[in-house]
Design a protein around this ligand. Structure first.
Ligand code: COA
Length: 148
């Protein structure tokens, strides 16, 4: 338990709806519930932040190929942001992927997503390239990487 009263741990299948609700409220192009559900079949790929018995954030990370980890998503409920939970979730998923033998981590972030890019930079992620039109609405993605 952190000083701010939240706990980072593996997600449980019955928490899918809570995770999906945060996803819906956090992204203009949210992942469908079915896709989020599929990550529960990859053991240890979803972690959550729990505060006062509520799920208030989550992160998803998978090993994509040998030694390459992919941070798929990270989000914190809007009214719970700026309390360190995003950092704690990112740290948690980095630790997990590192234990699964990832040597490099990769993620995509909207070019306009200043908050998330700032978070990733704090953890040492560096922009490697841009993918134009990556998102449904045509926005460019920045691909960021961290060598572990
Ligand atoms: C990105 C996100 C997960 C950060 O969660 P959070 O709990 O607010 O993060 P933290 O409190 O740990 O903040 C860590 C750092 O993130 C950056 N950050 C977070 N919110 C910020 C804001 N509103 N403005 C500027 N920087 C911000 C800062 O660098 C901050 O460090 P600081 O507090 O020392 O300034 C959260 O804003 C979110 O859920 N956004 C919507 C979903 C999203 O865009 N996810 C990323 C997909 S690629």
């Amino acid at each position: 338990m952190s000083d701010f009263g939240y706990n980072i741990r593996d997600a449980r299948p019955e928490e899918l709806d809570a995770i999906h609700q945060i996803e819906l409220r956090s992204f203009p192009d949210p992942y469908p519930r079915g896709l989020l559900k599929a990550f529960f079949f990859i053991p240890g790929s979803i972690i959550v932040a729990e505060s006062k018995n509520r799920i208030v954030g989550y992160a998803i990370g998978v090993i994509r190929e040998d030694h390459l980890g992919h941070i798929v998503s990270i989000a914190v409920a809007e009214n719970e942001r700026r309390r360190g939970m995003g950092s704690a979730l990112l740290k948690g998923i980095i630790t997990k992927l590192s234990r699964m033998n990832a040597k490099k981590l990769v993620l995509e972030v909207r070019k306009s997503n200043y908050e998330a890019k700032s978070l990733y930079q704090k953890f040492g992620f560096e922009k490697k390239k841009e993918i134009r039109g990556y998102y449904q609405d045509g926005e460019t993605a920045e691909v960021m990487e961290l060598t572990l």
